[in-house]
Design a protein around this ligand. Structure first.
Ligand code: APR
Length: 272
């Protein structure tokens, strides 16, 4: 690891009191959750047009229910079995001594499990359901999600695969306790609006921070990906931690290439 780069990054992020950590799936890679766009990533095996947009999801359910079962089983299973890594822990520790707002694109709940407070989940959470009508929300435990991923682990027996899949997924589609309408996972699919409160808070924090640590994101998905530019253009120092040696962005003051679980604790350890 390049110690000079670590010290330089820490110095940049020590320049002011208010920090934002903006994280993507690369932060959780060392917790065993695959990223989306790396080689062998989720979108290579489950194309987003078929699995991450509502119309595509419906088509996949109707035409290839077993593939949808596999996608859900793998996606929720990896997250449910994951534990925070040293990078999540370092970010939570930094929040103890600096004014740090965590803005994440991840839906795995690992920032909170590591002890982070003030976490804005721009793409929602696997561990929460929301009512399709009144927006009432309920939390789900890691165990509930783990049990569901195991039940979804087996191929659907004939006949009536689609009906069997619906029955298996019912815990995620339960009736709302407030208005009795159907609930759904509180995650943001492509083409859907970001949760208004989280998005609003994330923009304000990015506009007013002195430094932003961007960890494990290809910064390709908008509007979330505009936040580092907002921070930079508002005068903040932006440090990127990534595994991609080709990563570049006009808003990056520094790019540190290395695994988050190693690099983030090293940088945090040198921030006074
Ligand atoms: N340490 C640091 N960075 C890593 C690591 C690691 N151990 N492993 C991978 N990375 C980097 C990769 O180099 C890549 O730049 O993390 C980035 C992951 O990029 P993506 O797979 O595109 O994931 P992300 O940026 O989080 O995607 C954003 O896109 O598909 C949607 O909703 C989904 O929230 C997701 C959004």
């Amino acid at each position: 690891m390049d110690n000079d780069a670590i010290s330089q990054a820490a110095e940049r992020l020590s320049a002011g009191q208010r920090l934002v950590v903006f994280s993507g799936s690369g932060l959780s890679a060392e917790s065993g959750i695959p990223t989306f766009r790396d080689e062998g990533g989720i979108w290579e095996r489950f194309p987003p047009e078929d699995f991450a947009e509502i119309p595509g999801l419906i088509k996949t359910f109707l035409t290839h229910p077993d593939r949808l079962r596999e996608f859900v089983a793998e996606g929720i299973g990896d997250a449910a079995r994951a534990a925070p890594n040293a990078a999540h822990a370092a970010i939570a520790e930094l929040q103890e001594r600096r004014q740090v707002t965590v803005v994440t694109q991840n839906i795995d709940g690992l920032h909170q499990d590591a002890g982070s407070k003030t976490v804005h989940e721009l793409h929602g959470s696997l561990f929460r359901l929301k009512c399709t009508r009144c927006q009432h929300r309920v939390d789900l435990s890691r165990q509930e999600i783990r049990d569901l991923s195991e039940r979804l682990g087996e191929p659907l027996p004939m006949p009536a695969k689609r009906r069997r899949l619906i029955r298996l997924m019912l815990p995620l589609l339960r009736r709302c306790g407030e208005c009795r309408s159907r609930m759904r996972p509180d995650i943001v699919f492509f083409g859907e609006q970001l949760p208004a409160e989280a998005w609003q808070q994330a923009q304000v924090a990015s506009m007013h921070c002195h430094g932003m640590l961007v960890v494990g994101t290809s910064a390709q998905v908008y509007p979330a990906a505009m936040l580092p530019a907002v921070a930079h253009d508002s005068g903040a120092k932006v440090v990127v931690v990534t595994l991609d040696p080709r990563f570049e962005a006009r808003w990056a003051n520094q790019i540190v290439v290395g695994p988050a679980a190693e690099v983030v604790p090293a940088i945090v350890g040198e921030i006074e």
